[in-house]
Ligand binder design. Structure first.
Ligand code: NDP
Ligand code: MG
Length: 383
């Protein structure tokens, strides 16, 4: 039986790599839905190649363009963010890969879980904002969330067959990004072109900036807290510049299991799409002789303050991680538009965390409100 799949964010870095995996295994998948925000050309190209049942272009401005281009094909075309959340209710979808970036992933993730779809989750921001709602709903609806993020995929793989065994702690590895070891006087003047040069991974712009500022690792700490039901004190971040060990679980007897491989997102994507099976791949294999040294160091939380802020946010709980995420989305966009310096980003995030009303046990509506309020405030701190 073919798995019938929807890819939200098919035109992005994760989305395009997922389509490469699907393209290699046409006998295993039926593509039902693909979605994009504004990249109409690529969405149309993907639709013509993969013949999904339906496509959604979130930005209404491009609806006519996509509609006209697909007019002669038997492919339904919709537009608007609301359509993304509606379309995944289709009975014909088994698995939803959530590969859109940022807060926009929250609503469709919740909708897909409510409908009992299996979830392959790349969109870490939705767990950061509303991990409690998502994991509670997944439990209630009997939905498995299979992580796509490489570190969380690593932990998930290490936990296979260990469901009765207590975890003492996990080590989330981080490459350290392009600014590893740099001092504030250097970071003060860095430009987006430098921040966008990631040493090991080729990814979308937002996560690449997050990797340079270590906010990505901060978001991943919160993601791991929810996915694996861990206390913040059980999560340690280790800088591992070669990105070969993707993360490590330490069990209650002190034994440690790590998952390793070359840094290639197609591996965790394929693992999530085929879960619970491993399928033969021709991805390049790791050679010990190309990596005679694997090294580890502690992150500098005084310089990369975003990571410290994320730990603070997960400890405080409530709507604070939502504030952290919204403020971060605003400052990253401002940094990409040359409106704010690299070191100003944590200043704005911290100010938002300190000044926006704390809600201890937020509802979905509280998150929507907090997200909106934070964006307005963060923008006012940037101007
Ligand atoms: P990209 O920016 O490359 O792609 C994002 C995708 O989402 C695109 O298809 C984009 O459409 C779409 N999109 C963007 N904004 C919206 C919106 N407001 N509404 C609807 N659709 C939208 O991101 P990545 O693929 O790098 O990352 C996707 C997610 O996966 C992120 O949450 C990231 O943290 C996570 N992740 C990514 C990794 C990677 O290697 N890239 C690794 C681990 C996690 P369009 O192309 O039209 O703009
Ligand atoms: Mg990651």
């Amino acid at each position: 039986m073919k798995k019938r799949i929807a890819i939200l964010g098919s035109t992005g870095s994760i989305g395009t790599q997922a389509l490469e995996v699907i393209n290699q295994h046409p006998e295993n998948f039926e593509l039902e839905v693909i979605t994009a925000h504004s990249n109409a050309n690529l969405l149309v190209e993907q639709a013509i190649k993969f013949k999904p049942n339906a496509v959604v272009i979130a930005n209404d401005k491009f609806y006519n363009k996509v509609y006209n281009a697909l007019n002669t094909y038997d492919i339904k075309v919709f537009s608007g963010n609301e359509s993304i959340s509606q379309i995944i209710e289709m009975d014909s979808i088994d698995l939803v890969l959530i590969a859109l970036v940022g807060y926009a992933g929250l609503k469709p993730t919740l909708k897909a879980i409510e409908k009992g779809k299996q979830i392959a989750l790349a969109n870490k921001e939705s767990l950061v904002v509303a991990g409690k709602l998502i994991t509670e709903s997944a439990k209630k609806n009997g939905v498995n969330i299979i992580p796509v993020d490489s570190e969380h995929s690593a932990i998930f793989q290490c936990l296979a067959g260990e469901s009765f065994n207590p975890i003492e702690k996990i080590y989330l590895t981080a490459s350290g990004g392009p600014f590893r070891g740099k001092e504030n006087k250097f970071l003060k003047n860095v430009k987006k072109e430098q921040a966008l040069k990631h040493p090991n991974w080729k990814m979308g712009n937002k996560i690449t900036i997050d990797s340079a500022s270590l906010m990505n690792k901060g978001l991943e700490v919160i993601e791991a807290h929810w996915l694996f039901d861990l206390k913040p004190e059980q999560i340690e971040v280790i800088i591992h510049p070669q990105s070969i060990i993707h993360s490590i679980v330490q069990f209650c007897d002190g034994s440690m299991k790590a998952q390793m491989g070359l840094p290639d997102m197609k591996l965790p994507i394929q693992y999530a799409l085929f879960f619970p099976f491993r399928i033969k791949s021709d991805f390049p294999r790791f050679s010990f002789f190309n990596y005679p040294e694997l090294t580890f160091e502690a992150p500098d939380l005084k310089i990369f303050r975003n990571l410290a802020l994320a730990f603070e946010a997960v400890k405080m709980g409530g709507n604070i991680p939502c504030i952290l995420n919204a403020a971060n989305e605003v400052v990253v966009e401002a940094f990409l538009n040359d409106k704010i310096g690299f070191l100003k980003m944590p200043d704005v995030i911290e100010k938002c965390m300190q000044t926006i009303n704390f809600i201890k046990d937020p509802s979905y509506e509280d998150y929507v409100f907090t997200d909106n309020e934070t964006r307005i405030k963060a923008l006012s701190y940037i101007r």
